[in-house]
Write a protein that binds this ligand. Structure first.
Ligand SMILES: C[S@@+](CC[C@H](N)C(=O)[O-])C[C@H]1O[C@@H](n2cnc3c(N)ncnc32)[C@H](O)[C@@H]1O
Length: 256
């Protein structure tokens, strides 16, 4: 199955890597300004691995999409942490998308992972001596309920709250937090107060992930993290008393 150019528009992003525009969600899979590969590395993989130093790391990659976060993790891991046992679990609704990724125009950096891309595309599973990857075809909301106290890292990389609100509600994040270890961290590109509130009201501390050459992002954790700027949520709430996190109840009422 080849990459569906009727449902997607292949787009060259700022760092020279290709992403795609989804006609269904009316959104790109990655920030075209930051660049697809750079966004994966700077907003998810690098900050996560700087914080999590375990010998075995369990990652929940929400959602697989074009696979950049999983593949960028393998890239970082091969270069920096080859001894770590890496387990990646990634839900994705769109089975045709997964099957079509064999001929996606990936950046050169992913060339070494051609075998991983093809194996995942064919069977949804990949294993070698130190790596286990499992794709789940179906709803991420159901999938996360299978896990408790498991994940060290959650890449929260769904389409935006405006186009895919069910993957940003307070109830959804409650299930994510239950699936995480106490020291686990969540990385996300979203800096929206609604998103941060949904995490904060589930007991997370909220931190700023910022750098010179990419737009601000968020890191959340139940534990205190050193070396990151803590977002003063009480201050933000007092300045924006009407802002509420997204809730499943609102989405049901609005038939989303
Ligand atoms: C922004 S893309 C993910 C990009 C991906 N992390 C990457 O690096 O390429 C969001 C993905 O979520 C999938 N999706 C949307 N709703 C979902 C759901 N309820 N469960 C699982 N996957 C879902 C979409 O099909 C899409 O592939």
């Amino acid at each position: 199955m080849s990459f569906n150019t009727e449902l997607h528009i292949l787009t060259l992003s700022q760092d020279g890597s290709y992403t795609a525009y989804s006609k269904e969600y009316e959104e790109h899979y990655h920030s075209t300004k930051d660049g697809a590969l750079k966004e994966s590395l700077q907003k998810h993989v690098i900050p996560a691995f700087e914080l999590v130093q375990n010998d075995e790391v369990n990652i929940l990659d929400i959602c697989y999409g074009l696979g950049f976060n999983t593949l960028a993790t393998l890239l970082y891991y091969a270069q920096n942490r080859p001894q770590t046992q890496l387990n990646i679990y990634s839900p994705e609704l769109d089975s045709d998308l997964i099957k079509s990724l064999k001929d996606f125009n990936y950046p050169e950096e992913f060339t070494a992972f051609r075998d991983v891309i093809n194996t995942l595309s064919d069977s949804g599973k990949y294993t070698n001596a130190n790596v286990y990857i499992e794709l789940f075809v179906g709803d991420a909301r159901e999938y996360v309920k299978r896990f408790e106290n498991k994940f060290d890292i959650v890449y929260q990389d769904a389409f935006s709250p405006a186009s895919n609100p069910l993957l940003w509600t307070k109830e959804y994040f409650s299930d994510i937090v239950k699936a995480m270890r106490d020291e686990g961290i969540i990385t996300t590109y979203s800096i929206a107060l609604k998103t941060r509130l949904a995490l904060y009201e589930n007991g997370c501390n909220i931190y700023l992930n910022c750098g010179e050459d990419y737009r601000d992002a968020t890191i959340a954790s139940l534990s205190e993290l050193n070396g990151l700027e803590l977002v003063n949520m009480q201050h933000k709430i007092s300045c924006n008393p009407d802002v509420k996190p997204l809730s499943d109840d609102d989405l049901v009422i609005n038939n989303i």
